[in-house]
Ligand binder design. Sequence first.
Ligand SMILES: O=c1ccn([C@@H]2O[C@H](COP(=O)(O)O)[C@@H](O)[C@H]2O)c(=O)[nH]1
Length: 226
Amino acid sequence: MNLNPVYLALDLPRFDAAEALARKVAGHVGGIKLGLEFFCAHGHHGVMELHKLGLPIFLDLKLHDIPNTVAAAMQAIHVLEPAIVTVHAAGGRAMMEDAKAAADERCKVVAVTVLTSLDDRDLSATGLSCSAHDQALRLAELAHSAGLDGVVCSGHEVGAVRQQWKDGFFVVPGLRPDTGRETGDQKRTVTPRQARDAGASVLVVGRPISRADDPLAAARAIEATL
Ligand SMILES: O=c1ccn([C@@H]2O[C@H](COP(=O)(O)O)[C@@H](O)[C@H]2O)c(=O)[nH]1
């Protein structure tokens, strides 16, 4: 039996609305992704409440600090039993090694390479002269050598990343079921099907479901394409 690879990004400010949406689509997603917006507003208690739905929880905290601080943060979230946690690969090898060492052994630790909201011009503005594609591959190599389980990258890079890291675990956000429509703040987008075919392990979908007129129909329609 194939598990549903779609994780619903619950980026909603109100707990009751987030919980109601998660309940509504629970049968048509494989897990729930809780990011900074949710964690800053609802903390440990909010995560514990959503655990009651029985779906795996992905804590997308994108930790990025000195190694000691990130390791301590990883230890502080053991109690939440996340299936997946993110750190930023730009935090460096030692930070990623310490994050993995501090994580619960059942938790996958994955590193964000280049945010899907950035393109080559944005990278240039931060002083990087390479493309988003090349930078994502470089950071994926660093995350691999640091012993992480995988990376977060866009659907444009995931095929090349999988070529160099065959058994890696790859999370792909920036998904838009209808690429002809407005992509909002996302710049490197593909469809869920394209990402899956290119080698994604997890597909992160937020607004295409949460802001749809009928979120349940939107989740079902994405599931049907996979
Ligand atoms: O590079 C990244 C890393 C994380 N995200 C997160 O994924 C979702 C995407 O939401 P949409 O509404 O489907 O655009 C969101 O929670 C981001 O924080 C990302 O988009 N890109």
